[in-house]
Write a protein that binds this ligand. Structure first.
Ligand SMILES: Cc1cc2nc3c(=O)[nH]c(=O)nc-3n(C[C@H](O)[C@H](O)[C@H](O)COP(=O)(O)OP(=O)(O)OC[C@H]3O[C@@H](n4cnc5c(N)ncnc54)[C@H](O)[C@@H]3O)c2cc1C
Length: 414
């Protein structure tokens, strides 16, 4: 089968590029090994929350302080704002409701009760324009009996420090108690599978019975694995406003986002090869002609263009060997310091040089191999070099914007 574009990797960047290309009626396939960083997402998407350790309140105005080879500089500072809007619209079209805009930092509540600066907050996750403008004076933090991946007292303490009155309550639902028979089963995703229908109605009754004068109920983000249907139903049944606080992964909001993007991609006509890995490629005249996958053996998949979206170390898009960091599928050129001792700082909390490693790309996000540009293979997302997503709070933003940027280029090109 010959495609217009084959995308390798079905995380946030691969899926968003796939949706954009499929929306433009391109024949697109995504080949992806498995889980992605989305399964660990907090429910918020960062664009840029700090540069050189200094917090930023206006991400767009702070772009000029980023290093020249930063992915945002390849996109072009002047285009970030419109692409951020387009990326948010793609998420919304897939059914993922998000709140926030690129010119203004938003703050979401962390599992430890702190306010973390971010860009987009997924629907229902507790957030506000600024901690000093928090809409609630009093909050009730609710946990489920026996659930250990959520720490209501930490959340309540954090709120109190910010001047918000907070109290904690526990709800006991017999349907969840059986998960405790094996403590490894009382996890976010397993709870989400049970909190629907009649059990959800029982939860609503318990929540309405809590009483008190708090304005908001803060629940662990463990409801709505496939869509927002359950969270909407629960809110309709409960008198007080409900907001959700992220928990220890699996992230229900992230799994939901991944599933909604995949469904939307397939609805648009895209082909999704789940559970397969691209193992190598066939190159000719500075172009990638086709790829082999683990499942298809000697059968190749051909395309006019390819997008590499295999992620960073976390998803094995990059692999650390004793003498070098490598890109394992095609052996692409990787931007890195040569000496192992120079890759990291022994101070765990210092900026780590290896975080900026990634595949080298030109201004069009085309990769190189043996020093030569590959004309039809572009990289997007966290495999790109030049950013420190952890210190900058830019990981998901880079994934989204580089995906939109590269997809736009391919739509205009062909
Ligand atoms: C644990 C974690 C938590 C994060 N939490 C947040 C957050 O809360 N907020 C935020 O703003 N940012 C967060 N980030 C950053 C941001 O979400 C990620 O940088 C972004 O989602 C990365 O998307 P990606 O598509 O580039 O890569 P990934 O999500 O890593 O996806 C890469 C995909 O490629 C597949 N793959 C790899 N090799 C192959 C192959 N050979 N063949 C086929 N498929 C392959 C993998 O299986 C995976 O599905 C987090 C990052 C991590 C690692």
């Amino acid at each position: 089968m010959i495609y217009d574009t084959i995308i390798i990797g079905g995380g946030l960047s691969g899926l968003v590029a796939g949706v954009k290309l499929a929306s433009a009626k391109k024949r697109v396939a995504i080949i992806t090994s498995g889980q992605s960083a989305l399964h660990f997402l907090s429910g918020s998407i960062g664009l840029l929350s700090a540069v050189d350790g200094e917090p930023v309140s206006d991400p767009i105005a702070s772009l000029e302080k980023l290093p020249e080879n930063h992915p945002y500089n390849k996109i072009g500072a002047g285009r970030i704002s419109s692409m951020a809007g387009e990326a948010a619209d793609i998420l919304k079209a897939a059914g993922i409701v998000v709140d926030g805009n690129a010119g203004e930092t938003r703050y979401r509540l962390t599992p430890l009760g702190a306010w973390e600066p971010t860009w987009l907050v997924m629907d229902g996750i507790a957030s506000c324009p600024h901690p000093s403008k928090c809409p609630w004076r009093k909050a009730t933090v609710v946990n489920f009996h026996g659930y250990l991946d959520f720490f209501p007292e930490y959340v309540a303490d954090g709120l109190r420090e910010a001047g918000i009155e907070a109290e904690c309550h526990e709800v006991k639902l017999p349907e969840l108690v059986r998960l405790r028979k094996s403590c490894s089963e009382m996890r976010a995703a397993s709870i989400a599978k049970i909190l629907r229908g009649e059990v959800l109605r029982k939860l609503a009754i318990e929540l309405n019975a809590l009483g008190g004068d708090s304005e908001v109920l803060l629940l662990p983000a463990v409801i709505g694995l496939k869509s927002m249907q359950e969270t909407e139903e629960l809110q309709a049944m409960v008198k007080k406003t409900i907001r959700y606080v992220p928990v220890i992964p699996m992230s229900v909001a992230g799994v939901r986002a991944q599933s909604m993007l995949r469904n939307y991609f397939e609805k648009l006509g895209g082909t999704y090869f789940l559970g397969d890995s691209v193992s190598r490629g066939n190159f000719s005249d500075g172009r990638l002609e086709s790829v082999h996958t683990a499942n298809l053996g000697e059968t190749v998949l051909e395309a006019d263009d390819f997008i590499l979206a295999t992620g960073s170390f976390f998803s094995q898009g990059l692999v650390a060997k004793p003498d070098a960091i490598v890109e394992p599928v095609f052996g692409l050129d990787v931007d890195q310091t040569a000496e192992r001792t120079e890759r990291y700082d022994k101070n765990f909390f210092a900026p780590q040089r290896y975080m900026r490693f990634g595949v080298e790309t030109d201004k069009e996000f085309r990769v190189s191999r043996g020093g030569k540009t590959v004309a039809n293979l572009r990289a997007i997302g966290s495999i790109l070099s030049g950013a420190d997503p952890l210190k900058e709070g830019s990981g998901a933003g880079i994934a989204l914007l580089s995906a939109v940027c590269v997809a736009r280029k391919l739509i205009t090109l062909n």
